[in-house]
Design a binder for this molecule. Sequence first.
Ligand code: RB5
Length: 148
Amino acid sequence: MIIIGSDHGGLNLKTALISYLKRRNIEVTDAGTNGDASVDYPDFGRNVAETVAAGRAELGILICGTGIGMSITANKIPGIRAALVTDVFMARMAKEHNNANVLVLGGRVLDEQKACDLVGAWLESTFEAGRHQGRLDKITALEQKYSR
Ligand code: RB5
């Protein structure tokens, strides 16, 4: 299952991506927001990231206006590797090299077709492990060093 969340700046793209995932028969949980009212992206970023980190969702997608606030938020949660991407190469690398378990998009940056292409590229890619696993292990060690 993929959990997807946004703030008001990412709402339209979230709606489009939920349709895209359903068309592909991928189970998706909508973590909000679901209205135009201005909300705080850390509330939604935290919910999605904690759900993925706890293993209650395989992967997460987060969208705010630029994607920047959501990526900063999600990467605070231990075990989360959130990648903000703007092109298909980055989306593919986010999985192949970084094993990103959360994809982050900018609702005011991307059109719907491009966003679907990025999600598709990420989902269809596979983590290459090998030398990249050692690099992720170093990130995990940093998390552990600075976790209380
Ligand atoms: C909200 O206006 C905006 O700041 C938010 O969507 C996001 O772009 C933050 O990084």
